[in-house]
Every structure is written in structure tokens, then in C-alpha cells.
Design a protein around this ligand. Structure first.
Ligand code: MG
Length: 435
């Protein structure tokens, strides 16, 4: 195979990983959410019983209102759209303004999606039209998982080791637009950082310990930024202490050892539920900024590329399963693409076309592409899809006005026929009178 062919094949594979990251995140969210039924179910055993009664994961067709995506995917799309709109620009204030604008706008699409109160409250507060209007005050109760669940695409945009500085600042500022508390926005940093490690193909066992070093750099960033420094530093160590506790428990704090799991842990959902609850802030595993990425990471660490195992650990448990689900699904897609994922699980998930498009555009921004490859992609994928959307739009307009249009045509035809009759009648009278 020639050099160019290898490059194109690698690019195609990378683009598919970007698409899969965005799409499988939404699948993880929809599975964990199950229209609110499983997100708020505290027993993983009960969830698994219900899943088995439906025929198991392999039989699930994740589509339609039954498997609607939750607030997590809507906000993840909002982050992705802002990154794509911003393009290659380096003005971060402009980027934050775009992110804030998208966060406010996406709140209009929250029907049946159970958005968190912290996100609702602060999205209403931020004002992208004011200078630095995206900043909010420090919030002692802002440690929830709302910032972590929507930040993975920041890692897709800045996947390279030399972009770490940009990743740190964007994930923190995007996170603290609604969650101005270290536990909240460090969750955003963890989700974004893990995604960049997935794209880099850094061994999964190294991610957790590497994150602890990045958190130290993040601390310096917070101090240099000067926004509520004392409050932030006072609450800083909860995130790192829980993570260090976990890394030692799995024996991966040295960044190189293979993880160790308790006996029978992989087959016992109740044991996993118990651990998730213990590592959580208030007993509901995955609902905070520290444990949503932690549970997702634990699942990626254990699954070794097996989609079913990933879902058992990160989507079908008794905690905040849509948030752990979206993070785990994203990371899986970035590592393995759609490999081993049943077609019915992802082929018709809600908002799929939009997610794919964001993934493709982020891959262009992040890794570049050969012009030939982009041309081929745009010609055979983007152009037909845009053409289809345009024709669909014309059809919808036609359907909307078709009855009115028909009446108008009838009216016009009636007038023309009536007018013609009048003229002929007149002519007949004139010429009849003459003869
Ligand atoms: Mg949700």
C-alpha cells in the first residue's frame, strides 16, 4: 500500500472514531436514561432484570421517543457546536461567548430530558452579550456532574499533547459557566482529558494517574486567573483525594501497573453499585464531577473493547447512569469506533446526523485532513445530506402551503375561465346583434 493510501486509511479510521465518540456518547446517555426510568433507579440488579426481560442489550433498538437522549447529549452537542463555529480561532473569550450562547439556547430543547437544576439556574444567569457575561460567582453547591457530562468533545477538539494548555482552560471555563466549584469543573477537565488520551491511544491504565498531574497544572491556572481563588482552593482537594483513593484501590497510581478488581466484581452488579455509592459524594454514584468520569473510566478500564461489558458497568447501574453512560460511550467510540456495537444500538439514535456532523467537523479542526480526502467526504457524504435537507425543506414548505396553493390555483383558473366566458359571451352578443 502506498504512503498516501495509508495516510487516507488512517484518516478515515480516525474520522470514524470521532463520529463514533459523538454517537456512542448519545447511545450511552439514552441507555442510562431510559426516559428517566433508569437514571433515577437506585438498583442495578432491577435495571438488569428489566433489560433481560426486553431481550438484552443486543436486541435493543435505541430509537424514537422510548429511547430519547437526555440533557447530557443536548448540552454535549451545544459544546460541540460552539467549538465547530469557533473553528481554528485562538481568541478564547470569543469561544467562551459562543459556548455560553449555545448553553442558553439548548435549554429550549429540554422537554422530557430531565435537565439538572444547577444547569437550568446558571444558564439563565449567564449573558453572552455582556463582557465576560459567561462568568458566574463561586458556588459551594456546584460540584455536580453537569459540567463533566458535556465536555468530552473539548478533548476531541484539542487531542494533542501540545494542546494541553488550551484543553485545560477551555474545559475549566466551559465547566464553571454553570458549575463554579472544583469538583464540578475538574470533572469537565477529566472528561476532556480522557478523551484526548483516547485519541492519542495512551494506554487506559495510565489515564487516571496522568490526570492527577494535569490537575496540578489546572490549580496553577485557577490561581493565575484570579477568579474566586480562595474559595476554589479551599474546596480543591475533595476531587483529588477521592481520585487518589480510587487509583490506589485499583493499584494504578503508579501510571504503569495493570488494574486489580475485587473478586467476583465483574459479575456482581450489586458489588459495583456498592462501590459507586461509597466513592460518591452523597450516595448516588456518578452524580458529581469527580465520580461521573471515575465510574466511566473504571468501565473503560475493565471492558477491553467489549461494548456489553462497558454498558453493564457504566450504563446499567444504580447511580446517575446517563451521565456515566455518555462519558463511557464517548470514550469507547474514540478508542474502538463502532467495533462490536450492535447496529440497532446506534444506527437510529436521536440526533445522530447532527452528532456525526459535529464529529467530522471536529476531526477536521483537530487533526487536519488531506484536501483530496475532504473533497471525497464532502462530495459523497456532506453534499448529498445537505441536498436531501434542502429538498426535504422544499417538500415541507409545499406540504404546509399545499391546500392554500390549491385554492389559489382553483381561484385563478376560475377567474380565467369566468373571464373567458364573459369575453366570448360579449363577442357572441356583438356579432349575434350584427347578424
Ligand atoms: Mg441526563
Amino acid at each position: 500500500m502506498g504512503g498516501n493510501a495509508v495516510v487516507r486509511k488512517t484518516e478515515a479510521r480516525m474520522m470514524q472514531r470521532y463520529e463514533a465518540a459523538m454517537v456512542l456518547g448519545a447511545v450511552g446517555d439514552a441507555l442510562g436514561y431510559f426516559h428517566g426510568r433508569w437514571e433515577f433507579e437506585r438498583s442495578g440488579k432491577k435495571i438488569n432484570e428489566e433489560l433481560n426481560a426486553m431481550g438484552g442489550l443486543e436486541k435493543l433498538k435505541v430509537s424514537g421517543q422510548k429511547w430519547i437522549v437526555s440533557d447530557d447529549t443536548v448540552m454535549h452537542i451545544a459544546t460541540g457546536k460552539a467549538l465547530v463555529q469557533h473553528g481554528l480561532g485562538g481568541n478564547f473569550d470569543e469561544l467562551y461567548k459562543k459556548i455560553a450562547t449555545q448553553y442558553k439556547a439548548c435549554m429550549m430543547d429540554m422537554k422530557d430530558r430531565a435537565p439538572g437544576q444547577t444547569c437550568i439556574q446558571w444558564c439563565e444567569y449567564i449573558d453572552p452579550n455582556k463582557p465576560e457575561g459567561w462568568r458566574i460567582p463561586f458556588n459551594p453547591r456546584g460540584g455536580g456532574c453537569g459540567a463533566a457530562m458535556r465536555a468530552m468533545c473539548i478533548g476531541l477538539r484539542y487531542p494533542n499533547p501540545d494542546e494541553k494548555e488550551a484543553l485545560i482552560k477551555v474545559s475549566i471555563e466551559a465547566g464553571r459557566m454553570t458549575h463554579h466549584h472544583p469538583t464540578g469543573y475538574l470533572g469537565s477537565l477529566a472528561s476532556a482529558m480522557f478523551m484526548s488520551y483516547a485519541i492519542q491511544r495512551k494506554p487506559v491504565r495510565e489515564w487516571g494517574a496522568a490526570l492527577m498531574k494535569v490537575v496540578e497544572i489546572a490549580r496553577e491556572y485557577i490561581i493565575n486567573e484570579g477568579d474566586y481563588i480562595d474559595d476554589n482552593l479551599e474546596h480543591w482537594f475533595y476531587f483529588t483525594s477521592r481520585w487518589n483513593e480510587y487509583l490506589h484501590m485499583r493499584a494504578i497510581a503508579d501510571e504503569k501497573s495493570e488494574p486489580v478488581f475485587p473478586e467476583n466484581y465483574e459479575t456482581d452488579v450489586t458489588k459495583r453499585d456498592q462501590f459507586y455509592s461509597e466513592i460518591s459524594y452523597g450516595g448516588w454514584g456518578g452524580s458529581s464531577g469527580h465520580d461521573a468520569p471515575l465510574i466511566a473510566y473504571d468501565a473503560v478500564l475493565a471492558c477491553h473493547g467489549d461494548w456489553t461489558t462497558l454498558c453493564e458497568w457504566a450504563m446499567f447501574h444504580g447511580g446517575d447512569s446517563d451521565s456515566t453512560g455518555i462519558i463511557a460511550g464517548c470514550l469507547f467510540g474514540a478508542l474502538y469506533g463502532f467495533d462490536g456495537v450492535p447496529d440497532g444500538n446506534h444506527s437510529d439514535v436521536e440526533k445522530r446526523a447532527e452528532l456525526v456532523e459535529i464529529g467530522v467537523q471536529l476531526s477536521y479542526l483537530a487533526i487536519g485532513e488531506t484536501s483530496v480526502f475532504r473533497w471525497i467526504h464532502d462530495m459523497f457524504f456532506l453534499l448529498p445530506s445537505k441536498l436531501f435537507s434542502f429538498l426535504r425543506w422544499i417538500y415541507d414548505i409545499f406540504c404546509l402551503f399545499s391546500s392554500k396553493l390549491l385554492n389559489l390555483i382553483k381561484f385563478c383558473v376560475g377567474k380565467v375561465v369566468g373571464g373567458t366566458r364573459l369575453i366570448f359571451g360579449g363577442l357572441r352578443r356583438i356579432f349575434g346583434g350584427l347578424s
